[in-house]
Design a protein around this ligand. Structure first.
Ligand code: GDP
Length: 143
């Protein structure tokens, strides 16, 4: 069901700061429903696999270290035009450049510790949902 589902992660900075509840409320108020959710603590290998596209970038080691530094909260979210809408409501990668009222403007600490992940395409959403969840956890319609 590409188009109506996307993958988000409340990252370790926001989760450790006790912002998960506020961010979930924000996302629900933005029209998303939660199809699947869990609390996870990524291993180094899992973080490197999830961010494999960034391998070779100067921030790769720091990013994967951050993403393994504590628990995070991956979720499958659902609504019309899910990928594009979530990218809009989370804001730019760097909170200094994020629009007022976006999740990252409200909750991010820095360009790296930026509170939340969102899939950037329907194709990547399918792959990322499959990284964290079994199809039966997502339920009717699968991916
Ligand atoms: P996103 O799609 O907005 O999350 O951004 P990207 O896919 O470009 O980058 C993935 C993640 O890597 C970001 O969310 C940040 O946590 C981190 N990141 C991106 N660019 C930088 C950077 O220039 N420096 C550092 N330290 N981290 C970065």
């Amino acid at each position: 069901m590409a188009g109506r589902r996307t993958l988000t992660i409340i990252k370790p900075d926001a989760f450790a700061a006790g912002k998960a509840g506020a961010i979930i409320a924000y996302l629900e108020n933005s029209g998303f429903t939660i199809r699947a959710a869990r609390v996870a603590h990524l291993s180094q290998a899992q973080a490197e696999a999830f961010y494999a596209v960034h391998r070779g970038r100067p921030f790769f080691a720091s990013l994967t270290s951050f993403m393994t530094s504590g628990r995070c909260m991956p979720m499958v979210l659902e609504r019309d035009d899910a990928v594009a809408t979530l990218r809009t409501v989370i804001g730019a990668t760097d909170p200094a450049e994020a629009a007022p009222g976006t999740v990252r403007k409200l909750y991010a600490v820095s360009k790296e510790r930026n509170a939340i992940h969102a899939s950037d395409s329907d194709e990547n959403a399918v792959a990322e949902m499959g990284f964290f969840f079994a199809e039966m956890e997502v339920g009717v319609g699968g991916w």
